[in-house]
Design a protein around this ligand. Structure first.
Ligand SMILES: *Cc1c(COP(=O)(O)O)cnc(C)c1O
Length: 396
């Protein structure tokens, strides 16, 4: 569902504050109240029948179609996604990926997937989708010729992720989307890293953009949710399949996610600034072989990032100059200010030993077999984080 009045001329920071806060949903308070509802009551049976016939969000019907708390969050996400007509919410990012795949693909189709896609996305392709008779070919997003040849095998759709999970290679999204478009293939993208504030995926040729809201949007490491946004045609398909699958998010979580969303812009700016500071420092350390962070001018994808993106975030990886596979765990254990954990994008910093090589089929893996860590830089003072890393790197 599109926003209330057209506010698309406003700057992103303004839209993120205003999105979804319709008077009929908020009443006299700032945020839409938490509507906990399975049953919506009707005044008359004629009202009940009229509501059932109107298969739209923003209409009370039954709890599975949501209430103002969920509608307001979806509306706010649409307001910050240039080119979107509507947004569907899912109980996790992975559920959003499944909802998108099932809206686009059917048995017999061929899917092309960027080789550096998030590991559970790869597993969905080789598991659930394969069992349904949907074939997947992984491709190296830097190898345009091989990609075009796969498209010519009759691919129905393409799954992109930029930068890629764990190793952060950048992708020339406009080139890959235009090759897909010329052949009638649908392009889906996982935009969790940049969020719409950092990358306007639909305006760069993608048809559907998904995000794990558990990361930057929630922003406080206390909720699981996902979303998918698209223009009119694909929004209708996403919403239909979402309802067929029975996907709904709790109003309490929707309220938390909306609350996180309001400050996402300033958090991302601060975390991007700190991440660049930490990444630059790491690059100069003798115990570090390589820093995998497109914010760095030395990164091979930096020019693409500067050309297409308007922001970044605090997530990147680095490779240790060591051939001891246990070195990454020793560094993680020695850190005091970084928690060890999955997920990311919260206000607190995290470190995670990674071994991405087993999740690659066709791309060279920039960590090789060396020990490596992924960092999610939070809102602490970066000088404290650097001092903590300096101490922990004495383990290498
Ligand atoms: C975390 C993540 C997801 C999945 O999100 P969940 O909310 O954890 O299910 C999808 N894509 C990327 C890039 C992620 O990092």
């Amino acid at each position: 569902m599109s926003g209330g009045g057209d506010e698309s001329h406003l700057k992103p920071a303004t839209r993120i504050v205003r999105g979804g806060r319709r008077r009929e949903w908020t009443g006299p308070v700032v945020n839409p109240p938490v509507w906990r509802a399975s049953t919506h009551l009707y005044d008359t049976d004629a009202d009940r029948q009229a509501a059932g016939g109107n298969n739209a969000d923003g209409q009370f019907f039954y709890g599975r179609r949501g209430a103002p708390t969920q509608w307001a969050l979806a509306d706010a996400l649409t307001a910050i996604e240039p080119g979107a007509y509507g947004t569907v919410l899912y109980p996790s990012g992975v559920a959003a990926i499944a909802g998108v795949m099932l809206a686009v693909l059917k048995p017999g189709d061929l899917l092309l997937m960027s080789d550096n896609a998030y590991d559970p996305t790869r597993s969905m392709a080789t598991g659930l989708l394969a069992r349904m008779g949907i074939a997947t070919e992984f491709f190296d997003p830097a190898d345009t010729d091989a990609y075009a040849a796969l498209l010519d095998e009759g691919a129905k759709a393409v799954w992109l992720e930029a930068p890629g999970s764990l190793t952060f290679e950048m992708t020339d999204v406009p080139v890959l989307t235009s090759l897909a478009r010329q052949r009638g293939a649908t392009v889906m993208i996982d935009n969790t890293w940049a969020s719409p504030l950092g990358f306007a995926a639909l305006e760069h040729g993608c048809d559907i953009v998904m995000m794990s809201l558990s990361k930057h949007v929630g922003g406080h490491s206390d909720l699981m949710m996902g979303s998918a946004s698209a223009g009119k045609r694909w929004y209708a398909a996403l919403r239909r399949v979402g309802q067929e699958l029975g996907q709904v998010v709790s109003p309490d979580d929707a309220a938390l996610a909306a609350r996180g969303l309001r400050t996402m812009g300033v958090r991302l700016e601060a975390q991007t600034r700190s991440a660049l500071r930490v990444a630059e420092w790491l690059e100069a350390q003798p115990q570090v072989a390589r820093v995998l962070c497109p914010l760095l001018p030395s990164h091979p994808g930096h020019a693409l990032w500067k050309r297409d993106f308007t922001g970044g975030c605090g997530l990147f990886s680095f490779v240790l100059a060591s051939d001891d596979p246990a070195a990454s765990a020793r560094v993680a254990d020695a850190l005091r200010l970084f928690g060890i954990g999955y997920s990311w994008g919260g206000y607190e910093s995290l470190a995670l030993p990674i071994a991405p090589r087993s999740y690659r089929s066709v791309m060279p893996c920039p960590t090789g077999g060396a020990p490596a860590l992924r960092l999610s830089i939070g809102l602490e003072d970066p000088e404290d984080l650097i001092a903590d890393l300096a101490e922990a790197l004495t383990q290498v």
